[in-house]
Design a binder for this molecule. Structure first.
Ligand SMILES: CN1c2c(nc(N)[nH]c2=O)NC[C@@H]1CNc1ccc(C(=O)N[C@@H](CCC(=O)N[C@@H](CCC(=O)N[C@@H](CCC(=O)O)C(=O)O)C(=O)O)C(=O)O)cc1
Ligand SMILES: N[C@@H](CCS)C(=O)O
Ligand SMILES: [Zn+2]
Length: 806
């Protein structure tokens, strides 16, 4: 469909400061009851049609924009963000531009568009309508637990405005009475996050296609203007990080080119909507002076800055006079209720910048927090883990509460503090109650942490460990194993749902999960795997499960947050000092070991990952909290060891995620994160083998830290990037065990023996084959047995084939 299919309406002229009632940069899109997850998964499973999926999505979009108006955003001026996506906002730009890799061009229709089935194939891989191939790679969205799909751009990738999904969603909302502000990943960030297509010539960089991308965005903006959109939001978080593959000079040049073409060359109100450029996740980069200067020097109409992670700018910024500054003072990435008076102080401090107008906003999209505190149950009788301590109700703000905070602050800004005096007092009281609450500071925890010495963070030499472990474990070359979880079947989920509701007893639930463990052990023995796991059936999630068993954490019943595609998590809320009241995993691992003669790997989640995937307390340094979690895990590992478990894997998939976006902040983070892992793992005997596992990120920037973890074996996602990480680790001096993933578990596709063999050969070419382990990229919990069994059969067969050639 092209823009001409939509009715054209004059754009509301933008006069005066924008968004006087406040705005948010985006809103959760999975649905309050995960309606989108259910609709998309039903479509993928063939239970519903594309039309039914489109209809469910339309219902959700309309419910969302109406809710935002009900919560206080203006329905008429573009304050309500239109931030829906079926799967991923970066994939939406790929679809809008028709910019799919060559292996997927067969999915495009004659106008260059993907339908929803084709869109899903690009996201998930697998064969469809004669097209087959791996999905786009998936990686972390800045320092969040959200994952985007990495576009692959080459000199010949098709790029033009072919798909009007943003325009159609705008028109749909407008017809329902809400004038939204379409939210689109900006052109510079889109290309800065892309990777060069496999067939691109040496030296080609996606940013080389900036002119083509900008031309397509110009067409998109024209179409939005024609449809009557007063505003569009272009997200440019690439401007706050040192981690993209572009110098500041290159990014600056790209910004100047892109926004010259989009903001200067197109006339606002006729050729384009007013443009809000948002820079979430930190302060804007600069080579000198204020980071705002770069965007202020363009002709965009508003700039949204993150004043939670970024510093509050001071002093006049040339170029801001004609623009609205959207002050991102309400934290979009954590769940604590704001101290509203302090937030107004921050907004007041911006008065000297010389902006044409100030508006109140969130620091980031609200995609990263759950919908509504009111969806939780507080106090009263109920199953631990689904009923929250009543004190927390007052301390928390999820997305809906944050929208109200924004609207309240906007009122305070416009009408003065007296107009919102009651709200300011209530927020101050909530902050005070949290500070003084029992459990926030536990003296015994503080004393143990204070008594740690360097010896608590170090193991003996690797040579001694390797010899002792080889003797104890007696493994073949290229040992095969899995990363821990086996498929979470509907039966497992159903049993847990019944148990959570109190409809299945503790004993019956445990019996059901033990039966599952026994099945998984038999399967692994039949497959011929060398190191067995228990399969993690008893875990709802690798972080939430531990949070449920540690003091200092609370977990929610409905606090779902999208992690990628249709997959969601309920991040625990870490509100107090952390301690382990009792062993957590020991009975499961001991039971598993009793069922087999093969070595069994105990399975824990590491301190950095537990913090990264929780909403963390903001009243003490994260490194201190990490050591509290590290000590709890150290005790757990000691108990596993005492129960006879010879291998313990401590997963740290989020090690890269928490890496600060600015280089200057990274050394301190790498120091405390590595130390917390070592604190957890260095209490063990020489013959106990410590594994770690990393996934969902590009690990190039933390290679030194991976080595610093000092694990005996590191398994790391590698299949989609064809083992790239192996030579990188080798070059960084890493020489202990390494298990590069040889099977991409994110896709339902079953890899052939030949594919796995080729990946293994590739790995064994770059590093001493004697240190190589054979394993999938990650856990199998999201897969079904019908894919898992043949994939693992092929993995074992490939290991045997390569072993024979060593
Ligand atoms: C490995 N990853 C993880 C990340 N973050 C985490 N916190 N955990 C991770 O494992 N980040 C990086 C990667 C990739 N991210 C994910 C995120 C989420 C999943 C995933 O599989 N999510 C599941 C939900 C998991 C869960 O909490 N399960 C619960 C509840 C299940 C449920 O929905 N129950 C139903 C009732 C079911 C019934 O009656 O049959 C309900 O409540 O309505 C559980 O098992 O108890 C998802 O489906 O989204 C994977 C990777
Ligand atoms: N042990 C976990 C790691 C996921 S990152 C699993 O296998 O699911
Ligand atoms: Zn993983």
């Amino acid at each position: 469909m092209s823009s001409t299919d939509h009715p054209t309406t004059p754009v509301t002229p933008t006069t005066g400061p924008a968004f006087p009632g406040g705005t948010v940069l985006g809103y959760p899109r999975i649905g309050r009851r995960r309606e989108l997850k259910r609709a998309v998964e039903a479509f993928w499973a063939g239970r519903t049609t594309a039309a039914e999926l489109e209809s469910a999505a339309a219902d959700l979009r309309l419910a969302t924009v109406r809710r935002l108006v009900e919560l206080g955003l203006d329905a008429t001026d573009g304050s309500v963000p239109g931030s829906f996506s079926f799967y991923d906002q970066v994939l939406d730009v790929v679809a809008t531009l028709g910019a799919v890799p060559a292996r997927f061009t067969g999915l495009l229709d004659e106008s260059g568009r993907l339908d929803v089935a084709g869109y899903s194939t690009v996201a998930r891989g697998a064969g469809d309508r004669g097209v087959s191939g791996a999905a786009l790679e998936m990686t972390k969205w800045f320092d969040t637990n959200y994952h985007y799909l990495v576009p692959e751009i080459g000199p010949d990738t098709p790029i033009s405005f072919v798909d009007d999904r943003f325009v159609a969603a705008f028109v749909e909302a407008k017809e329902a009475g809400v004038v939204t502000r379409p939210v689109v990943v900006g052109p510079v960030t889109f290309l800065a996050l892309s990777k060069a297509a496999d067939d691109a010539p040496e030296g080609f960089r996606p940013l080389d296609r900036l002119d083509d991308v900008v031309a397509a965005y110009a067409d998109l903006l024209r179409a939005l203007a024609a449809a009557g959109a007063p505003w569009v939001q272009l997200d440019e978080p690439a401007l706050v990080t040192d981690s993209v593959d572009a110098t500041f000079a290159e990014l600056s040049a790209a910004v100047t080119t892109a926004y010259g073409a989009l903001a200067t060359d197109l006339a606002v109100g006729t050729d384009r909507p007013a443009v809000l450029v948002a820079a979430p996740f930190g302060g804007l980069r600069s080579d000198a002076g204020d980071g705002l200067a770069l965007l202020a020097g363009t002709d965009v109409d508003a700039i949204a800055v993150d004043l939670v992670k970024g510093a509050v700018p001071t002093g006049a910024v040339p170029g801001l006079a004609g623009k609205t500054l959207v002050a991102g003072v309400v934290d979009g990435h954590n769940v604590w209720r704001a101290d509203l008076a302090a937030k107004l102080d921050v907004v007041d401090a911006l008065a000297g910048l010389g902006a044409g107008g100030l508006a109140v906003g969130t620091s980031t999209s609200l995609l990263h927090v759950p919908h509504d505190v009111e969806d939780e149950v507080f106090g009263g009788p109920g199953t631990p883990g689904t009923v929250l301590d009543p004190r927390l109700r007052d301390w928390l703000a999820f997305a809906d509460q944050k929208v109200v905070e924004v609207a309240t602050l906007a009122r305070g800004l416009a009408e003065g503090r007296d107009a919102v005096a009651a709200e300011l007092a209530a927020s101050a009281a909530a902050v005070a109650s949290r500070t003084a609450a029992a459990g926030v500071v536990v003296p015994a925890v503080r004393e143990r942490a204070a008594a740690l010495t360097d010896a608590d963070f170090a193991r003996g030499s690797y040579a001694d460990r390797a010899a002792a472990q080889a003797e104890r474990l007696d493994l073949p070359p290229l040992p095969t194993t899995t990363i821990g979880s086996f498929p979470q079947t509907p039966e497992i989920r159903r049993a847990r749902a019944l148990w959570t509701k109190g409809e299945l007893s503790d004993a019956d639930y445990t019996t059901a999960m033990r039966a599952e463990v026994a099945r998984v052990v038999r399967l692994q023995e039949d497959l011929g795997l060398d190191v067995l796991v228990h399969g993690e059936p008893e875990r709802n999630d690798m972080v939430q499960y531990f949070a449920e068993h540690l003091d200092g954490f609370a977990v929610t019943a409905n606090g779902w947050v999208q992690s990628y595609g249709s997959r969601c998590v309920r991040p625990p809320i870490l509100w107090g000092d952390v301690q382990r009241p009792a062993p957590i995993t020991v009975e499961w691992s001991a039971y598993t070991a009793s069922l087999t003669d093969k070595p069994v790997k105990g399975m824990l989640t590491g301190p950095v990952t537990i913090l990264a995937w929780s909403f963390v307390r903001d009243d003490q340094p994260l490194g201190d909290t990490a050591n509290q979690v590290g000590l709890a895990l150290r005790d757990e590992i000691a108990d596993l060891e005492a129960a006879g478990i010879g291998i313990v894997q401590v997963d740290e998939p989020a090690l890269r995620e928490l890496l600060p976006l600015r280089k200057a902040d990274q050394p301190a983070y790498l120091d405390w994160s590595v130390r917390s892992f070592r604190l957890a793992t260095s209490g063990v005997d020489t013959a106990t083998q410590i594994h770690t596992h990393l996934c969902y990120s590009e690990f190039g920037e933390v290679i030194g830290a991976i080595d610093g973890l000092d694990a005996d074996v590191t398994s790391v996602e590698a299949a989609r990037s064809r083992m790239e990480i192996v030579p990188e680790l080798r070059d960084a001096g890493y020489s202990r065990g390494i298990g590069p993933g040889v099977y991409d578990i994110h896709s339902p596709r079953v890899p052939s023996v030949d594919e796995v063999t080729e990946l293994l050969r590739l790995a064994a070419k770059s590093i001493d084959p004697r240190v190589v382990w054979v394993n999938p990229d990650c856990g199998l919990k999201t897969r079904r047995y019908e894919e898992t069994v043949p994939s693992l059969e092929h993995l074992v067969a490939a290991a045997q084939a390569v072993r024979a050639t060593l």
